[in-house]
Design a protein around this ligand. Sequence first.
Ligand SMILES: [Fe+2]
Ligand SMILES: [Fe+2]
Length: 285
Amino acid sequence: MNFSHWINHFRNNQSHRTEPDWFAPVTVDKKLSPRRFAHLIRSLQQFQLGDGGGPAYLIAYDRSEVLEGQGNIKELVDLWFKEEEEHSRLLGWALRRFGAPEIKSHWSFSLFCGLRKWLGVQFELYALLLTEIVSHQYYRLLRRHCDDVAIRGMCDLINRDEAGHIAFHRARLASEGARHDRSYGRIWEVCFRLRGLAAGTVLWMNHRSALIGMGATDRAFYRGIWRGMDRFVKGVRADLAWEKTSYALPRKSDQRSTEKEVPREVPPDLEPGIDLLSAGMCKRG
Ligand SMILES: [Fe+2]
Ligand SMILES: [Fe+2]
């Protein structure tokens, strides 16, 4: 894994961020019925708590297994969660804009944190990755259906970050796969998709009424998360193939003492910006 590439990615991503226009006139509360507007507020409150508002860090009992691992992984995890905290800040502004308070707890978030804490860091990393894939679809639907300029600006920023987080997990898993000779074959894929569907269904149970009330559909949500998982599975396999080739090259050169070690770089589709642009998730303008 190219740590400096990812550190640069997270640092560069901190600039050119246009703050949403929180003080633009609010009209969405008049376009939605009071019941639907209340569903939207509840949904934003839960996301403000869950998307960086709670313990915005790895909380598994054995997290040191990852944080004390290879290279600059701790710095990367710090930068990743800093962006999650930023999402909570943005969602807090969205709530203030609508005159709604933040919440301090919710049963689904307490359950999620409990599972992360006690089932270990490998479970936690997969749980967070799948949550990012399904949340990405939530924000895309919110961006499409919520007729509010500030909410749309917020979704653009969060979606830009989440696309980077998903690509980071892809690179991380590919690197692990190369080191431990994994293949991410059919059985892994079935388990991954089933867990993703479970994560998506829990999210949809809590947030469906908000998005349906603004015009989204069950079909659009499930089709979106399925495509997100599809892209991830294909991407991690392609990155793994590249990583394995990259690993093989230094070993061969080690055997020939006269040759220099071949430097390991970044897979072509992880060059800065390209992954996000190809996914059509970068902020416009
Ligand atoms: Fe997030
Ligand atoms: Fe994220």
